[in-house]
Structures are given as C-alpha cells and as structure tokens.
Design a protein around this ligand. Structure first.
Ligand SMILES: [Zn+2]
Ligand SMILES: [Zn+2]
Ligand SMILES: [Zn+2]
Length: 309
C-alpha cells in the first residue's frame, strides 16, 4: 500500500499517490443496504434516518494525522520528496432519496446541503493539518461516480492546491476576478443563464468546458461559512435551477464535475463532459500537454440554450 504526497520535480506540484484506493467499490454497492445501496437509510454508511449527512470516506486520499509542512518541504526540495497524505476526505449525502439529485431536492433540500457544506468547511479549517477545503461532486458513471445515490465529497488539503492558488494569485495582483467577471457578465448579458436571489449563473466568457457554468454571489463573501441565510437560499436556488436546466437540455441526467472554490470570493464551477447529448467531449493530448483548452461550443450559444429550457 502506497499512500503519500509526492512532489513532481518537473512541475514542483504535489501528487497524491493513493494506490490502496484500487480496492474501492467499482459500481458494486455494498449488499447490506436495503436495495444494495450503502447510502440509503439502513445501508452501510447511513444506519440511521437522515436528511443530509457527512462522514469520513472509507478510502481516503487524505487522512487525519499530525500536521505536515508542505510549503516548507517544497521550499527546500531537491531530489525525490514525499510526505504523509494528511488532511480530510469526507462524503456528503444530499438526501435519503436514492433517485434524487440537486435538480429534484427543491430549494429547501438544497439549502440543507449548502448548510452542511458550510458547517464541514468551517470544522475542517479548524484542524491544524488542513490549509484548504474543496467541496465537489462527480455526477454520473461517465465521470467515475461509483454509487448513483445523490452525494458529493469534501477534501481537506494540507496545502493550497494549484487551481485555487492561481485564482488567489490573480486576485492579489489584479483585484477580485469574481467581482469583476460577474459585473461584466451581468452588464453584457449574452452569457447570463440566470441572475436572481443575489447569485448569478453564467457560462463564462472563456469557458474551458462546453456548457460549463460559474455560479457566484454578487456580494464578495470569501467562503460558504460566511454566507448569510438569504445568500445560502440564493445558492440553493441557483443549484437547483442550473442542474434542472442541464437535465432538460440533455433530456436526462447530464453527468458533470462540480466544485466550490473558497478563499477569495466563493463561487461554484460546473464542468459537464459532454458536447452534445450522447457525445463526449474528450480532453486530449493537445490540451493536457499544453494546459490550454479548446472548447467546441461557443459560450454564448451554450448560455442561450440553457436560458431557453
Ligand atoms: Zn441509495
Ligand atoms: Zn469578489
Ligand atoms: Zn474558481
């Protein structure tokens, strides 16, 4: 079993090597659940009735333990460097309804999920080994979700990972890019899907993903715990609205990657892996090798299609 952070000497970025995760279930739910699902009430991970629920991942890439000094190790790094993969890996159950999703939870149901995200974010940031919290969801077998029951995950990282770090660096150099982007998008209108309850949903001007979306509050709140009750309702409504539009536009449950960025100005990214119903958009060599994405769907066309449903 190999379970550690290793520093890539070419990029000086951390890679989590979690070879023991090969033993995790692959679309084979635990048979002790009521209908074979470990997340249904009475199942392995949800023995008692619940509305929403968070618990530690059985196959954690990041696990609790003494703090590590990732930045210090990086600063002095020569040769091969590895550290224990400290942090947190949690699963968040959105609903006891096996067939539900963010589209069907309703605003009150989604608000309960938002509240749990905020509560877990605050609790994890209290732990000395955690520097950054990423809330995320992989929806659909196409993006590797092993259990269809509506759920997401949370990672607590022992360092600030490259994508949110890059956004924080842009903010430090140029001012808050989320405030600026939302103001520009709302003024322009061509890529706005919805603007209500203090939250804007847009297909970003330079979206890297076909039908990719950005949800952000007009108010400059740094993270989920900072959101007032009204703004949490606004986020819940925006989530239900967008996922419902996705499912109508694609005539079924659209698979997606979703993640919440916290630390500068809280916002949510959605990245579906399809370019049209039934047609995957592959991220291939030219993109992985260069770090520059090509998007085959114009953001204005994607936004118009999402507005129309
Ligand atoms: Zn279930
Ligand atoms: Zn801002
Ligand atoms: Zn972001």
């Amino acid at each position: 079993m190999t379970h550690e952070l290793r520093l890539d000497p070419l990029t000086r970025e951390w890679v989590a090597i979690v070879a023991d995760r090969q033993g995790r279930p692959n679309l084979a739910p635990d048979p002790t659940g009521p209908d074979g699902c470990p997340f249904c009430v009475g199942g392995l991970e949800a023995p008692e009735p619940y509305t929403v629920r968070a618990f530690e991942n059985r196959w954690p890439p990041f696990a609790p333990g003494a703090p590590i000094d990732a930045d210090g190790a990086l600063a002095g790094a020569t040769g091969f460097v590895s550290l224990p993969a400290r942090g947190a890996s949690e699963v968040v159950l959105y609903s006891p309804d096996h067939a539900g999703s963010l589209a069907t939870l309703g605003v009150a149901g989604a608000r309960a999920v938002v509240d749990l995200w905020a509560e877990r974010t605050a609790a994890l940031l209290e732990r000395p080994e955690i520097e950054h919290v990423l809330v995320f969801e992989n929806r659909g077998a196409l993006v590797g979700a092993t259990i269809p029951h509506p759920h997401g995950q949370i990672y607590g990282f022992p360092f600030v990972p490259p994508v949110p770090r890059r956004e924080a660096e842009v903010a430090a150099a140029h001012g808050c890019p989320v405030c600026a982007a939302i103001a520009r998008e709302v003024a322009d209108g061509a890529r706005v899907v919805r603007d209500a309850d203090g939250w804007a949903t847009v297909v970003p001007f330079a979206s890297a993903y076909p039908y990719g979306a950005l949800l952000a509050p007009h108010a400059h709140d740094d993270g989920l715990p900072a959101l007032a009750a009204k703004s949490r309702d606004g986020l819940a409504a925006a989530l239900v609205d967008l996922v419902s539009r996705y499912d109508r536009l694609f005539d079924g449950e659209l698979p997606y990657l979703m993640w919440v960025h916290q630390g500068v100005h809280v916002h949510v990214h959605f990245a579906p892996p399809l370019r049209a119903p039934g047609t995957p958009r592959f991220v291939a060599s030219g993109e992985v090798g260069s770090g520059t994405f090509g998007n085959p769907v114009a953001p204005e066309a994607a936004a118009a299609a999402l507005r129309a449903v």
